[in-house]
Design a protein around this ligand. Structure first.
Ligand SMILES: [Zn+2]
Length: 123
């Protein structure tokens, strides 16, 4: 009986260990709960990369990303779409097919969703 009960009982849930990430803005350690994963333009790689920012500087970093997508540049748009694609957004092609002005508006919507925390990028 004990054997059956053990078979049927769900695995004990391991409490998740608190973890720390290094904020790529202020370079201070930040707890995983407070870290925000956001797209940020990397001028060396010339691409949008996922960066972790602490609760203090993530909004400023998001502002920089907004400024980048507002330039209405086809290449920037393409890189942003590839970023979305890497994060599993199957609708990225809609942004690619839209006019640059329209695409910029859509990309802003993605950033709005990240800013309001409706959308959380997985690391
Ligand atoms: Zn920071």
């Amino acid at each position: 009986m004990t054997f059956i009960r053990r078979l049927l009982s769900p695995e004990p849930v391991e409490p998740s260990e608190p973890y720390f990430l290094l904020c790529s803005g202020c370079l201070k350690p930040c707890s995983g709960d407070n870290a925000h994963a956001i797209p940020q333009w990397n001028s060396v790689r010339e691409d949008f990369l996922t960066t972790y920012r602490c609760g203090v500087c993530w909004k400023r970093a998001l502002e920089e990303t907004r400024a980048k997508i507002r330039v209405l540049d086809a290449e920037v748009r393409e890189k942003f779409c590839r970023f979305l694609d890497r994060h599993g957004f199957s609708d990225a092609h809609i942004v690619m097919e839209a006019s640059l002005t329209e695409a910029s508006r859509m990309m802003e919507k993605v950033l709005d969703a990240i800013e309001s925390e409706k959308l959380r990028l997985s690391p």
